[in-house]
Design a protein around this ligand. Structure first.
Ligand SMILES: [Fe+2]
Ligand SMILES: [Fe+2]
Length: 286
């Protein structure tokens, strides 16, 4: 008789589909889980394995599941952006609302990074390493903001949020160039424009812990956008398309809202935007 091995909780091990060392199983498990803490743990575990060279990302054994398989925790509830609480920093409720909104962006960003590496197969090994590192940094950003929220007597999930960022992921699920143009090179790039002003506001109200978290986030986001630029150029080269024209065509085709400035030229140039791209953005977005 074969006695099945049991884990500490009494569940037969074979019944639990562990990701082992397969990057794509980690991605799938993280994206389909509804448990916030499990998502964070899986992200940390995958990055630690990859750092030790023990994660396999050889293109994936099974094809990616449709993006509709992605799940989020029950809380926060999602509402229309117009129903979100106001974010006036000078009141405690407003400060909590802003930090909650930022935590939600970071939490969604974990999924954006995982989905980018999960969905698009057959790319160089470095692509997968780069976006796993981004997923791990987004998880860190989320945890820093959640910690700060807790210090202020609030927690992630206590307030409603909206799903705007995820709509973009769904719209671009079939096109890696569109995903790179719209997510790192548009949504994330926007954070380079607005975060310095938010840091200054937190400093003005004397909230140094929140300002310090945002400084750390801004530092990392410059690199995330730069990776988006780098891989966007790589994909354009593979497809034989001109990066600048492709970028604007993709924005035109997929963007649901208007492109808006003002743009932080210095940070965007550091993050791989060209001066010509910025001139063109300013021409349509100011
Ligand atoms: Fe982030
Ligand atoms: Fe990011």
């Amino acid at each position: 008789m074969i006695i099945p091995l049991r884990s500490a909780t009494g569940t037969p091990r074979s019944a639990k589909r562990l990701p082992g060392r397969d990057l794509f199983l980690f991605a799938e498990k993280c994206l389909t889980s509804t448990d916030l803490n499990e998502k964070l743990t899986l992200t940390r575990q995958a990055k630690a394995l990859d750092d030790r060279g023990r994660l396999e990302h050889d293109g994936g054994r099974a094809p990616a599941q449709p993006i509709a398989m992605v799940r989020f925790p029950e809380r926060p509830v999602t509402v229309d952006p117009r129903e979100l609480p106001r974010r006036k920093l000078t009141t405690p409720d407003g400060r909590a609302a802003l930090l909650h909104a930022l935590a939600h962006i970071e939490f969604t960003a974990i999924h954006l990074a995982w989905d980018l590496l999960y969905r698009f197969r057959g790319l160089p090994d470095e692509f997968y390493r780069d976006w796993l590192a981004v997923a791990a940094e987004e998880a860190l950003h989320f945890e820093l903001l959640r910690g700060r929220l807790r210090e202020l007597g609030c927690d992630y999930g206590d307030l409603p949020s909206h799903r705007g960022l995820w709509d973009v992921a769904e719209d671009t699920a079939g096109d890696v160039a569109a995903r790179l143009a719209l997510v790192p090179r548009c949504m994330e790039a926007r954070s380079l424009d607005v975060t310095p002003g938010m840091i200054a506001k937190f400093e003005q109200i004397g909230d140094e812990p929140s300002a310090a978290i945002l400084r750390r986030i801004l530092h990392d986001e410059i690199r995330h956008v730069a990776l988006g630029s780098r891989w966007f150029q790589w994909v354009c080269q593979e497809h034989g398309t001109a990066p600048e024209d492709s970028y604007f065509e993709l924005l035109d085709r997929y963007l649901r809202t208007e492109v808006r400035g003002p743009y932080n030229r210095e940070l965007r140039l550091t993050a791989g935007f060209t001066a010509a791209e910025l001139d063109r953005l300013e021409g349509i977005g100011n």
